[in-house]
Design a protein around this ligand. Structure first.
Ligand SMILES: NC(=O)c1ccc[n+]([C@@H]2O[C@H](COP(=O)([O-])OP(=O)(O)OC[C@H]3O[C@@H](n4cnc5c(N)ncnc54)[C@H](OP(=O)(O)O)[C@@H]3O)[C@@H](O)[C@H]2O)c1
Length: 242
């Protein structure tokens, strides 16, 4: 039976590419998007390429309701979920990045999606992941969420300070570590993955990688069946420090 993967924010960017490649690899893809028409449009593209893919409503500004409805549907149809890719995220107001003047409203709106939304979306889906023979949660994070990298003046990312986004990804990394601990005796593995600096809407297409390159680490991990790490922070060429 085909493995079932649910990807949030998969109507464009890295999430879309992950959906495309996992579809090509034979997964049944539940393509999550907050907007039905954008989601259906993405689904139509991937179906035309031959993938088994369907749109599912996944709104991280309404995460509990979204995930509860979805968990029921997935439970009825498949009985389990093999992989959850928590990919959806926002990077607000790039002009407002400094710790000395980032507004609390920007922090709250960012955390609402990137941290609170992701945690609240994941929790209702956990029983389905636990019901799988082996399962994974892949939290799409960023090296900008690493406290070590942010504090290292020799790091190429030392000057990439954006308090709201970076702190939200640091918090997401803590979710990875704590959930991996919680689930350590189960068959569900939890990891953070950084796609690398990629040309998407989120970066105003300034990233040096293509979406194909951005998808590499996520797709590789989602397809891994043996020796899957638990509680790691991975990128395509290795691991990052927290
Ligand atoms: N691009 C990079 O250089 C880079 C580097 C490191 C990490 N990342 C991470 O990679 C992931 C994908 O980013 P990307 O670059 O592919 O960004 P993107 O092209 O902007 O795509 C973001 C996706 O998230 C969705 N989304 C935003 N807010 C949402 C909400 N409230 N509820 C549900 N979905 C929502 C967007 O939907 P709409 O189309 O409806 O807005 C879109 O589908 C993110 O977690 C990002 O932090 C990216």
């Amino acid at each position: 039976m085909a493995k079932v993967v649910l990807i949030t924010g998969a109507n464009k960017g890295i999430g879309f590419q992950v959906a495309r490649e996992l579809g090509q690899a034979g997964f049944t893809v539940l393509l999550g998007a907050r907007d039905a028409s954008r989601g259906e449009e993405a689904v139509a593209k991937l179906r035309a390429e031959g993938a088994e893919v369907r749109f599912v409503a996944a709104d991280l500004n309404n995460p509990v309701a979204s995930a509860t409805v979805l968990a029921k549907t997935i439970g009825k149809e498949f009985g389990h979920l093999d992989v959850l890719v928590n990919n959806a995220a926002i990077f607000l107001t790039p002009q407002e990045v400094h710790a000395s003047d980032t507004g609390v409203e920007t922090l709250k709106r960012t955390f609402d999606v990137n941290f609170f939304g992701t945690v609240a979306f994941t929790q209702p889906v956990l029983p389905l992941l636990r019901a799988a023979e082996s399962a994974q949660i892949i939290n799409v994070s960023s090296s900008l969420g690493s406290l070590t990298i942010n504090g290292d003046s020799n790091s190429p990312y030392y000057h990439a300070k954006a308090l709201a986004y970076n702190a939200s990804k640091a918090a997401l990394n803590m979710f990875t570590v704590d959930l991996a601990y919680d689930l350590r005796e189960t068959r569900v593995k939890v990891n953070s993955v950084c796609p690398g600096y990629t040309a998407t809407d989120l970066t105003n297409h300034t990233g040096h990688q293509t979406i194909e390159e951005g998808a590499i680490a996520i797709v590789r991990l989602a397809r891994k069946t043996e020796k899957v790490p638990n509680g790691g922070f991975l990128h395509k060429d290795g691991t990052y420090p927290w």
